[in-house]
Design a protein around this ligand. Structure first.
Ligand code: IFG
Length: 522
């Protein structure tokens, strides 16, 4: 009898501790990236069960869409069949409730308050965007296996407490260069979904360069039929029809991400010059180019046709782009005399404004006379960005030495370049945009963008090796106040995202600086 009791006691304790082990009760121990502004734990846990549904306040399609987005993220792995319902007041216990608050000023347009008790999950925000970001946090409070696409054994518990959270910067983004190597719509959508998971809200598409023109312009069809027909290394290239571009824009919008399209000029324009002889000074089309040199091409800034071309391109692109900014490039125009470059940039700003949009450009555009709403993207020369500040322009921080995703991690990592720096995960995290260049103050900065140039990567797997895990650090730099950021604390949360990224089928670089929690450490 004694032996049976001992065995019974052992089984009960194993089950109990087993449950406790995976029952999260300390909300402050959750590995949330970006780190929230404030977390107040209450030491209990909430259970998602097959009785749990998501209720949204009122009938708004936008709130229903956010509820459905969460249900679609939870149902495949939990198998709980969570439904989305509307309600005019708080639902019964055991459910998740999304509602817009009156006006919680501290939260702003993108913040949220998430209150979890043992019987309810209540997410409130001033605007739908805040609810969407609170939903990303809910995902991260559940075990990593929730991100798997196949049904997993439960339980599905979240620690209880209150999180109040809102972003430091309004522009938190990344860029994909689809010109050097072309990326299919589905690959772009996957990256957009990954950016949204980490609360990023801007996606800059580098649509044209020497090696490729990637967006259909109906008034200049050869740009894509000819200029889009190859890529670095001589592959087939490709391009987005206007319908496909609009599909990408819609997909991003549903995730509260604004697309910023870039047509790089006057340099980085060989694909256009190869497509139309009449755009060239000598009336001859250039050859298509599949190498990775830069700075050898220039539009003819003295030709009136050049400005009709630009006007047609901007007109068509502006009509497809709900965001307020169009990126005009302006970088590395080594084949354009400075006395031609300056009036060119001035005139292009007028063209963009005439089509109801504002200008974003690489830092060289600060050599021209900037319109009030023009944003200067700092990538290489701080003195250019400072020139922009002195003209009253805002700065988008993308310093190549800290934030270029196409930089190798170290001298032996597989993909990427290293002309600016080697950027290991800690170097990508350990910097503060507001304290990098003395003359560029916090109030001059709209935010941060981590660009991925694609000279050395040609598909999602290769791109993810460069993008992840560094993107998570840039997402935190854009969202979390610098006084809450610390590499030694961050790298522990990052380690716990290894399993999460694996579950999301992200092929991240397993940096040796991080003690990854994944099963088969690489
Ligand atoms: N600089 C060029 C990019 C790309 C990059 C690769 C900018 C603004 C080097 N311009 O970065 O086209 O070639 O790291």
């Amino acid at each position: 009898m004694k032996k049976q009791n001992t065995i019974l006691a052992f089984v009960v304790l194993t089950v109990l501790f087993g449950q406790m082990a995976c029952t999260p009760t300390d909300l402050s121990k959750a590995s949330i990236i970006p780190k929230p502004v404030s977390i107040v734990p209450t030491g209990d846990s909430f259970d998602l069960t097959d009785q749990t549904d998501i209720y949204v306040q009122g009938e708004s399609a936008e709130l229903l869409g956010i509820g459905q987005y969460l249900a679609d993220k939870l149902n495949p792995s939990t198998g709980l069949g969570i439904e989305v319902k509307t309600t005019s007041e708080a639902p019964a216990s055991g459910n998740i409730y999304l509602s817009l608050s009156e006006n919680d000023a501290e939260l702003g347009d993108e913040g949220y308050e998430l209150t979890i008790t043992d019987s309810s999950v209540k997410l409130t925000a001033n605007k739908p965007a805040g609810l969407f970001y609170g939903v990303q946090t809910i995902r991260q409070l559940l075990p990593s296996k929730v991100e798997l696409a196949t049904s997993q054994k439960g339980s599905w518990k979240m620690a209880t407490g209150t999180i109040r959270d809102y972003p430091e910067y309004g522009y938190r983004g990344s860029m994909l260069d689809v010109a050097r190597h072309f990326f299919e719509v589905e690959e772009v959508k996957t990256l957009i979904d990954q950016l949204a998971t980490y609360k990023m809200n801007r996606f800059h598409l580098h649509l044209s360069d020497d090696q490729g023109w990637r967006i259909e312009i109906k008034s200049w069809p050869n740009l894509t039929t000819h200029g889009g027909s190859t890529e670095v290394g001589g592959g087939p290239g490709g391009f987005y029809t206007q319908e496909q571009y609009s599909d990408i824009v819609k997909y991003a919008q549903e995730r509260f991400i604004t697309i910023i399209p870039e047509i790089d000029m006057p340099g980085h324009t060989n694909a256009a010059l190869a497509s139309y002889p009449e755009l060239n000074k000598n009336g001859k089309a250039t050859e298509l180019y599949t190498g990775i040199e830069v700075g050898f091409s220039s539009l003819d800034t003295h030709k009136e046709l050049t400005y009709k071309f630009i006007d047609d391109v901007i007109r068509e692109l502006a009509a497809l782009t709900p965001g307020e900014y169009i990126h005009i490039g302006g970088d590395e125009s080594h084949a354009t005399k400075i006395e031609d470059y300056i009036p060119f940039i001035n005139r292009v700003q007028d063209i963009v404004e005439a089509h109801g949009k504002k200008v974003l450009g690489w830092d060289e555009i600060a050599l021209a006379t900037l319109k009030p709403n023009t944003i200067v993207q700092y990538w290489a020369l701080a003195e250019n960005a400072v020139k922009g500040v002195k003209q009253g322009a805002k700065v988008l921080m993308s310093p190549a030495k800290n934030a270029y995703l196409d930089m190798q991690y170290d001298s032996v990592s597989t993909f990427g370049l290293h002309w600016a720096a080697y950027i290991e995960v800690d170097k990508g995290y350990n910097w503060d945009p507001a304290n990098l260049v003395p003359e560029i103050k916090r109030e001059n900065i709209v935010g941060i963008e981590a660009p991925l140039w694609s000279e050395t990567v040609s598909n999602r797997f290769e791109a993810e090796y460069l993008i992840f895990p560094r993107l998570l650090g840039y997402a935190e730099i854009g969202w979390t106040p610098v006084e809450l950021r610390n590499w030694d604390e961050y790298k522990v949360r990052l380690a716990n995202h290894g399993e999460r990224m694996e579950a999301m089928n992200i092929s991240f670089y397993p940096s040796k600086l991080v003690d990854w929690n994944v099963k088969d450490k690489k």
